[in-house]
Ligand binder design. Structure first.
Ligand SMILES: C[S@@+](CC[C@H](N)C(=O)[O-])C[C@H]1O[C@@H](n2cnc3c(N)ncnc32)[C@H](O)[C@@H]1O
Length: 374
C-alpha cells in the first residue's frame, strides 16, 4: 500500500508526475485523476509546499476489503484513530462510492459506521467531534471500488490552488494550479522574458514569477491552514525546517523580466495587489494597455495569455479581437514563443495561428485548448 496520494485533473496528470519526480518522488503509481506515491516524511512535507499543479494531497490510512457494512465495521475497529485524529479538531467523512456494490452500502450508513468507530475509540481526553457544518474540518475519504476501501485523510485542507494571495475583483480568473500547468506545458522555467498581455488578475504572471524565482507556491499559507498540521502524527519541527529550507532556496532576483498588462486599469490594479500579497510585485512590470497598442518589451521571449471569451463581451467584438490578436502576433511577435489558452468554442480560426503543440484542458466547467508555437 502506498502512503500518499496527489490528485489533479486527469488531462494534466503527466505534469503532476513530472513535478513529483522533480522533488525526488520516484515511487509512483498513476491512476485516473490521482497519483499514489511513497517517500519519506520530509519529502512528503516538501510536496505540500512545493507542488504547483496538484489539486489535493492525501495520506492513506488503510486499505481493506468491504463486502457489506458488517465487514466495514469490523475493519474500522482495527484502525487506531488516536494515531491520526486529535480531540480538539472536528472531522467529516466524504465517502466516494464508485461502483454499484459500493453504492449499495449506502452513503449515510458508511458515514455512521465511521462516526461511531471514531467516537468509541480510546482517545485520552475525548474523541473529536463529527462537524459536518464546520469551516475546515479534517476530511476522511473512504474510496470504495471492487469491494476494496482505500481510506485516506486530506492533508491539504483548503484545495491547493488556494495559495493565500488571491485578491477579489476579476470575474474570470484561472485557478492558480491551471496557470502553473500551462506555464509548465509551455516549458517556462524563467530562462526567457515572459509577457502576459491580457493578464486579468495576473494569475499566470504571478505563478511565472514563483517558477522563475524557485519559490514554493504554498510557502505563504497561514499557520494551521494545511490540514496535516492538525493531525496527531504531525511533526511541527520537521515542517518548520522544510519551510525554512525552501525559503532559503528562493532566488534573489529574476534572470529575465516578467511583463503583465491588461486593457482594464482596474484589473491591472487587482493583479498588482495580488502580486504584492504574493510578495513578488517588486520583480514584475505591470502596465495598463491594449494588446493591440503594446510593443514587445524585448526581442524574444514567451508570450502566454488566456484570451477573453464571449460570455460578457459581444460576438462582433470577440471576432474582431481574435482577428486583430492573430495579426499582431504575426506582425510583432514572430520571434517569440507563443502559448494561448482559448475556449474550444471561441472563434479560434480567426487567430489564423498554427500551433506546434495543442492540449485539451478544462477551465472549471469550460473546455479549453492550450495552443503552443515554439
Ligand atoms: C479571460 S481574462 C484573463 C484572466 C486571467 N488569466 C486571470 O487569471 O485573471 C481576459 C482578459 O483580457 C482582457 N482584454 C480584453 N481585450 C483586451 C485587449 N484588447 N488588450 C488587453 N487586454 C484585453 C480583459 O480585460 C480580461 O481581463
Amino acid at each position: 500500500m502506498k502512503q500518499w496520494m496527489a490528485t489533479s485533473p486527469h488531462e494534466t496528470i503527466d505534469i503532476l508526475e513530472a513535478e513529483l519526480h522533480q522533488i525526488g518522488i520516484h515511487d509512483q503509481e498513476k491512476q485516473h485523476r490521482a497519483i499514489l506515491f511513497d517517500c519519506d516524511l520530509e519529502t512528503a512535507y516538501r510536496a505540500h509546499y512545493q507542488l504547483r499543479t496538484a489539486s489535493r494531497l492525501q495520506r492513506i490510512i488503510s486499505k481493506f476489503e468491504v463486502n457489506d457494512l458488517n465487514e466495514l465495521e469490523t475493519n474500522l475497529k482495527s484502525i487506531h484513530w488516536p494515531d491520526w485524529l486529535r480531540h480538539h479538531k472536528g472531522f467529516i467523512i466524504r465517502p466516494v462510492l464508485s461502483d454499484d456494490d459500493a453504492v449499495a452500502l449506502g452513503e449515510e450508513s458508511v458515514i455512521n459506521s465511521f462516526v461511531s468507530s471514531i467516537q468509541n475509540a480510546p482517545f485520552e481526553k475525548h474523541p473529536p467531534k463529527y462537524t459536518p457544518d464546520a469551516d475546515n474540518p479534517i476530511t476522511l475519504v473512504p474510496f470504495v471500488r471492487n469491494n476494496i476501501c482505500v481510506l485516506s485523510v486530506d492533508t491539504a485542507g483548503k484545495a491547493l490552488h488556494k495559495r493565500g494571495w488571491r485578491v477579489n475583483g476579476h470575474p474570470a480568473v484561472l485557478k492558480e494550479t491551471l496557470a502553473a500547468t500551462i506555464l509548465m506545458m509551455a516549458g517556462y522555467d524563467g530562462s526567457e522574458t515572459l509577457l502576459d498581455p491580457m493578464c486579468g488578475s495576473g494569475t499566470v504572471a504571478i505563478e511565472a514569477a514563483y517558477i522563475a524565482l524557485n519559490k514554493a507556491p504554498l510557502i505563504h499559507r497561514s499557520k494551521d491552514d494545511f490540514a496535516l498540521e492538525h493531525l496527531a502524527n504531525f511533526d511541527r519541527q520537521l515542517w518548520r525546517k522544510i519551510g525554512d529550507q525552501l525559503r532559503a532556496k528562493k532566488k534573489q532576483d529574476l534572470d529575465h523580466p516578467i511583463y503583465a498588462s491588461d486593457i482594464n486599469e482596474k484589473f491591472v490594479e487587482v493583479a498588482r495587489k495580488g502580486a504584492l500579497r504574493a510578495r513578488v510585485e517588486k520583480y514584475m512590470n505591470f502596465e495598463t494597455n491594449s494588446f493591440l497598442d503594446l510593443d514587445p518589451p524585448t526581442e524574444a521571449g514567451l508570450l502566454i495569455t488566456n484570451l477573453p471569451y464571449g460570455e460578457r463581451i459581444g460576438k462582433d467584438y470577440l471576432n474582431s479581437l481574435y482577428s486583430s490578436v492573430g495579426n499582431i502576433l504575426k506582425e510583432k511577435y514572430s520571434n517569440w514563443r507563443i502559448a494561448l489558452l482559448v475556449p474550444v468554442k471561441a472563434p479560434i480560426h480567426l487567430l489564423d495561428f498554427k500551433p506546434t503543440k495543442e492540449y485539451r484542458l478544462s477551465n472549471g466547467a469550460l473546455p479549453v485548448k492550450l495552443l503552443i508555437k515554439d
